[in-house]
Design a binder for this molecule. Structure first.
Ligand code: UDP
Ligand code: MG
Length: 316
């Protein structure tokens, strides 16, 4: 086992790679570490450069190449699977994150006992069009997750080995790894203010759609971390409440009608009362929610990972 694994997901970052590797070497010197480059289907010379770096430093460079561009989450997931270090660091390949931060991040994990330490780009070198939505996004994520981080999406993070093996980063969930970690039982989550450079080479790989997709993913993850093991508690409750309230409305109308018939009073047809349609629709929807809950329960029962509970200690 090595002391450190540096996982670097990258897509078209040919100019930055040699500089980044040299910088990491300078900072870490003769520590025991590995650098895992995950090439996310680059279309430039990135892979050739990684091959070169690996042949110059066989024992410390690992290269993984994806057959096409899957996205940053896929890169991180593969890197996590390959990592063999007691502490796993992730960083972007574009030289915006500084390797100088690594020793302090590592210290926080080893000595202060954090499971995860996230970088915080307090002073950013990005355009306003990015920094303003980012603040909003972080505020919402803090509120939903209850994790007090200022910069969830910072590429520079450090993890205890067990954390990266316990989580699965799929879709575009790299923005929410602290939430995934917390959901897996690793809740000692810390923060470190880190230097942030302006992008030196190439261009950002994410546009404005990052915010829309980001919020959709946040809804998914908020829902999954609360209800994925018990979907009926969400859908069932919603369905029962909706059905019962609509059913009582419906009964109210029906009983009223019955009484007026029995008493021989003239009254409106039921189909002329708008509340009748409202309660009818409510009953149908309520039943649908209930059924959705049942189906979701049946699906989770077939999930092969349903017994993946994170055990933190064992005796004997
Ligand atoms: N990246 C990746 N796959 C992608 C897009 C990006 O591996 O499909 C990598 C990219 O090469 C960089 C990191 O993810 O190392 C962060 O991307 P970028 O710098 O474009 O994001 P930003 O700094 O604008 O948030
Ligand atoms: Mg960047």
């Amino acid at each position: 086992m090595k002391d450190l694994s540096i996982v670097i997901p990258l897509f078209n970052e040919e100019e930055s790679l040699p500089e980044l590797k040299a910088w990491i070497d300078r900072v870490l010197g003769d520590r025991s570490f590995e650098v895992i480059f995950v090439d996310d289907g680059s279309r430039d010379a990135s892979w050739d450069i990684i091959k070169q770096l690996a042949s110059d430093d066989t024992s410390r460079v690992v290269g993984i190449r994806l057959a096409r561009n899957y996205g940053k989450s896929a890169g991180l997931q593969l890197g996590f699977r390959a990592a063999k270090g007691k502490v796993v660091i992730t960083m972007d390949a574009d030289l915006q994150d500084s390797p100088e931060e690594i020793p302090e991040l590592e210290r926080k994990i080893i000595e202060d006992g954090f499971d995860l330490v996230s970088g915080w780009k307090k002073k950013r070198h990005d355009p306003l069009s990015k920094t303003i939505p980012t603040r909003l996004y972080n505020a919402v994520t803090r509120w939903v997750s209850g994790i007090e981080l200022h910069d969830f999406n910072c590429g520079l993070k450090a993890y205890r080995f067990e954390v990266v093996k316990a989580i699965e980063v799929q879709g575009e969930m790299h923005r929410y790894i602290p939430i995934l970690a917390k959901a897996a039982g690793f809740d000692r989550i810390g923060e470190q203010v880190v230097q942030h450079q302006a992008r030196k080479y190439g261009s950002s790989k994410f546009g404005i759609e990052r915010f829309i997709n980001g919020f959709l993913d946040l809804m998914t993850i908020g829902f999954m971390s609360r209800f994925s093991r018990k979907p009926m508690h969400f859908f069932g409750l919603l369905g029962v409440l909706m059905f019962l309230s609509s059913f009582s409305g419906f009964s109210w109308i029906a009983v009223g009608k019955l009484i007026s018939i029995l008493e021989g009073n003239p009254s409106k047809n039921i189909t002329e009362i708008s509340a009748f349609y409202v309660s009818l629709t409510g009953m149908v929807f309520g039943l649908q929610f209930f059924l959705a809950g049942f189906l979701a329960e049946m699906t989770t029962r077939n999930d092969t990972k349903r017994h993946n509970y994170q055990v933190s200690d064992n005796i004997n």
